[in-house]
Each structure stands twice: as C-alpha cells, then as structure tokens.
Design a protein around this ligand. Structure first.
Ligand code: PMP
Length: 360
C-alpha cells in the first residue's frame, strides 16, 4: 500500500448529502480563521501583545457564541474539541444521568445511568434526576418532546443550531460542535448554566481551569464566525432544506415499500428513509458509485458492526425496515437539480438491489 499522496480531487459538492455527518467550511469562516494561522501566532494565555491579540479573538468568539445561543454570560461557554467531548464531560460530572435512548453515541455509550422511556417521540422525564435529551436527533432529524419537567437537563444541540430555532432556555448544560454548521472540525463547546463541574482536562489554567491545554485559536475564531453565520441564515436554511426534501419525496413517491421516518416535530435538514428488502449500507455504496454521498445512519457508528440502528429501534422502527435505512442530510451546497438527481439514483439503486435479491 502506497503512502497517501495528500492530493485531493475536486468533488461536486452539490452531490454531497451528508451534512449531518459534517459540513464544508464556509468561505467566510476560512477568511475569518486565516489571519489566526498566518499573522497572529500568539498563545492566548501569554501576557505579551501577541498573546493578548489571540486572547481577544477567543473572547470575542465566546461572546458571540453566548449571544447566539441565548446564554446570559460568555463565561457560561467552555471551548472543547467538539460535542463528543462536551457530552462525555457532562456524563462524567453527572454519573447517574439518565439519557434518552435516541442520544448520539457520545452520550449513549458512556452512560452509566438508566435509559429514559419513550413513547413515540415523547420522553418520560424523571423528576429528581439529571437527564439528557437531545434537541434534534442526528439520524432522523426528529425533535423529541419532554413529558414533565426535569430536575436538570442536558441538551445536545449539535444538530439544532442553524437548522431550527433553538436557545438554551432552562437547560443546565448544552453541547455544540463547529463542524456541523460550516465551521472547522475538532472545535466545540459546552454551555454550563451555573455551579461547579469537575474539570475535563487537568493541567494549565485555561478555560477557568476547567479544561487545560493551549487554546485552538483559529478553530475557536472559526467556530464563532460559523455560529453567527448559522443563526443569520437559519430561516433560509430551513426553507432550502424543506424544498429539497420535498423534491426527493415527490420523486420517490412511487417506490413501493418505502417508509419515511419523520417525527411530529421535524427538522427538515435530515430525511431518514427505510426500504424493505435492502440493506442501507448497500444503497450507500450504490449511491457513492453514482457520485452521491449519503449515509446509512450516524457516521460515528459506521465502524461498529451493527446492521440495525439502536436509535431507530428505540423509535419503534421494525428490524426489517431498520436494516434498509438511509439518511439524506441537506445543506447549502445542494440544489433542487442535485436533489432530483439523488432521488433518481436512489430509486434506481433500490430497484437494482431488490432485483438482485430476487434473482439469488
Ligand atoms: N451529537 C450529535 C447529535 C451529533 O450529530 C454529533 C456528530 N455526529 C456529535 C454529538 C459529535 O460531535 P463531534 O463530531 O463534534 O464530536
């Protein structure tokens, strides 16, 4: 096997329908970040002017992010490496936290507490417990509702920002990730409403001694710009995704044995479809060959050998449908023409795979 060359061919981003896995970095975000690689080399914790310049940029990003999510103070925002870390941190600090069965793997896998019960998209809240219920589910785009008032609530808002109106409200903690909203990978934040939380990483005094390590200044600057941009564009993004989802659904209406895994409250940017008699993964590969990127579930679980999504199982999707699920997730780079093309390719792939199944 040769060394990776590092070269990358230019891809047609209009055919990229996996925005829930990650998004391209927006040009304005790249422009905002570039000076912090090129011209501002300082460590945000150095006291000289180079350091102060970097620190000012970090604090400005913190302020903007706090405003965008409706936090009372920028000091409620702690920068992390992404939503996985933020979710892990909240769980580590609240070992008995009960989590909903449809949480992202970064909450479900490390959770030691119980799983909350769901009826459809309603989550039964336990009064005296810390609980975690996400704002928008990353596999289907569905938005769970709470039955009852939690004692303390953690909200994974990773898939909500820039997609649906959202603010921290009564949440005690909330997780965010830059790369889902046109920002860079490897940067995120945890919102901490108040009180004491054990540090995530010990060492230097960064982030109020809660998370040691030299700050990723360009990444944080990019996250701030991406957050602002996502909020500015949220309504337009919602309308765009709604149109694209309609284009796909209209063109697939004739396909037999297809199920749309929508919720009563739904973010339009994710469309989860299940097809009887096929495997989701096979459709993903067929679509890849046709030049389209979709996924068969959460990108983070694609290496775990499991044909059925535990999230869809918890939502009551029967096993034979669960196995045949694809997740289409829309974003800025998609067009109505590319959505129509995707639908055509998907219908052909389903027909092809079902035909092969009958022959064997
Ligand atoms: N939570 C949700 C709902 C997500 O969709 C993701 C990304 N797949 C994460 C958490 C993890 O985010 P990150 O990639 O920043 O660790």
């Amino acid at each position: 096997m040769g060394m990776p060359s590092g070269a990358c061919a230019l891809m047609d981003l209009s055919r990229y329908f996996d925005h829930a896995a990650t998004t391209p970095v927006a040009p304005e975000v790249i422009d905002a970040m570039a000076p912090y690689w090129r011209d501002v080399p300082g460590n945000a914790h150095s006291i000289h002017q180079f350091g102060r310049q970097a620190r000012d940029a970090v604090e400005e990003a913190r302020y903007r992010i706090a405003q965008c999510i409706g936090a009372e103070s920028p000091y409620q925002i702690v920068f992390t490496s992404g939503a996985t870390e933020s979710n892990n941190w909240v769980l580590r600090a609240n070992v008995n936290m009960a989590v909903s069965p449809i949480e992202h793997s970064s909450l479900r896998v490390p959770a030691r507490g119980s799983l909350l019960k769901m009826q459809g998209w309603e989550v039964e809240v336990w009064d005296d417990f810390e609980i975690a219920v996400m704002a928008v589910n990353n596999e289907t785009g569905g938005m769970p509702t709470l039955q009852g008032t939690p004692y303390k609530l953690h909200v994974d808002a990773t898939q909500a920002i820039g997609k649906v109106p959202w603010s921290v409200g009564d949440a005690a903690w909330a997780s965010f990730s830059a790369h889902k909203i046109g920002g860079p990978k490897g940067v995120g934040a945890l919102y901490i409403r108040e009180g004491v939380i054990d540090p995530m990483i010990l060492g230097g005094g960064q982030e109020g001694t809660l998370r040691a390590g030299t700050l990723n200044v360009p990444g944080i600057v990019g996250f701030g710009r991406a957050m602002e941009r996502a909020i500015e564009r949220q309504e337009a993004a919602h309308a765009h995704a709604s149109r694209l989802r309609q284009v796909v659904l209209e063109r697939l209406a004739y396909v037999p044995d297809m199920r749309v895994n929508d919720a009563p409250r739904q973010s339009p940017h994710i469309l989860s479809l299940s097809f009887l008699g096929v495997q989701g993964e096979t459709l993903v590969i067929e679509l890849d060959e046709a030049g389209y990127a979709v996924s068969s579930g959460a990108a983070c679980s694609s290496e775990i050998d499991e044909l059925e999504s535990p999230v869809l199982r918890a939502l009551g999707v029967p096993p034979e449908w669960n196995r045949g699920t694809v997740r289409i997730s829309f974003g800025e780079t998609n067009t109505e023409a590319s959505a129509a093309g995707l639908a055509r390719a998907l219908a052909a792939a389903v027909e092809n795979v079902r035909g092969l199944g009958q022959k064997s």
